[in-house]
Design a binder for this molecule. Structure first.
Ligand SMILES: [Zn+2]
Length: 242
């Protein structure tokens, strides 16, 4: 679904540890390439690619954090890249994405359970990309206050709490905030992060204060999709009453 001239919000129905969920990776079309924000669960590569304009090869992948439902198909994008893939992640989660330390939340048993339904090839590439035996794939380690050179600028906003390296992105041209899991949309309403999956809830709510300084036209939540409406009023309610 096109949500701005140069931005597409994808919609994917995916299996995740025994149930089904809908997720929303985002694509920014910039300078003859597609910049993909988050890669779904393992096995999503084809479903993602078929929703992207084939005139724009995926040359950049931005990972909002190191949860399995966001990094799951990253190994397939690494394998499919002709030439170097530009990979962006915040410093605190980049080590895990590089395979140099455990994921923020997913324990090895959880990883096994999520991978189990998938073909051996997908399991193998997952284990190999996220291992110390392969080179580090994050070649752009973010701190959290940069502006990336996509379209008129993509502002990086470090929003720790859900994971230590969780990061959101604000597209300056469209005023669209790609919130990752910093917020969710449920039954048409915007909420703070899901406490069941958030490592440090207090920090996560505090991170939302950065959004209060922005002029936001619309928010894309990975879980729940697009939210428009009085975003600042909702942010006030969430920040002040949580
Ligand atoms: Zn998630």
């Amino acid at each position: 679904m096109k949500i701005a001239d140069h931005i597409e919000m994808l919609e994917l129905k995916v299996p995740m540890g025994g149930h089904e969920m809908v997720i929303h990776p985002v694509v920014i079309y910039a300078d003859h390439q597609a910049v993909l924000l988050d890669t779904g669960v393992p096995g999503c590569y084809d479903k993602i690619i078929e929703q992207i304009d084939p005139a724009y090869p995926v040359q950049s992948v931005i990972l909002t954090h190191d949860d399995l439902d966001h990094i799951g198909s990253f190994p397939q994008f690494v394998e499919a890249a002709s030439g170097t893939l530009d990979v962006y992640a915040q410093a605190n989660d980049a080590d895990a994405i590089n395979g140099n330390k455990p994921f923020s939340k997913a324990k090895p048993e959880r990883v096994n359970m999520v991978l189990e339904p998938f073909p051996e090839s997908i399991q193998q590439s997952f284990r190999s990309v996220f291992s110390t035996d392969t080179p580090d794939h994050v070649n752009h380690v973010l701190q959290g206050n940069e502006v990336l050179p996509f379209s008129e600028g993509l502002q990086v906003i470090h929003t720790p709490g859900h994971t230590p390296g969780h990061t959101s992105f604000y597209d300056i041209a469209s005023k669209i905030l790609i919130a990752g899991d910093a917020m969710i949309v449920e039954n048409g309403e915007l909420h703070g992060p899901n406490p069941a999956f958030t490592l440090d809830m207090e920090q996560a709510i505090n991170s939302l204060r950065a959004f209060q300084k922005l002029n936001i036209e619309a928010i894309v939540c990975y879980h729940g999709g697009l939210f428009k409406g009085d975003i600042q009023q909702r942010l006030n309610e969430i920040v002040n009453h949580s």
